[in-house]
Design a protein around this ligand. Sequence first.
Ligand code: ZN
Length: 136
Amino acid sequence: MTNELPAPLIAPDGAPYWRAAAEERLEIQCCAACGTYRFPPGHLCRACGSDAADWRRVSGNGAIYSFTIVHRAPTPEFRARVPYVVALIDLAEGPRMMANIVGPGALECAIGDGVSVTFEARGPDAKVPQFRLAED
Ligand code: ZN
């Protein structure tokens, strides 16, 4: 039994996202026809239906849309981590993603707070995009 948090399971659609994250870049799939960001990645653009897409680095800045604080670990690996924040983040570029709020003041976060991406190592090779409260 290990206390290490699990590494991400990487499906083909998301492989570019995880490759970039491992190098501490937040990259999101973007429609090559209309410029709409897609997160999570998918085969077709929800705005225009195009299957053309590329991956673009985004700012990593956003705001908390909603959040909850987890007090009971869902699996044994998370026991050492509770309490922790799970949040929905609205990225400046538009997509909404789920991540933890980590770092100083995380447990005092509020809806609307500005956040910026940070990366947390998982397993030997992977890093998971997380967010910390932005300094203002
Ligand atoms: Zn499109």
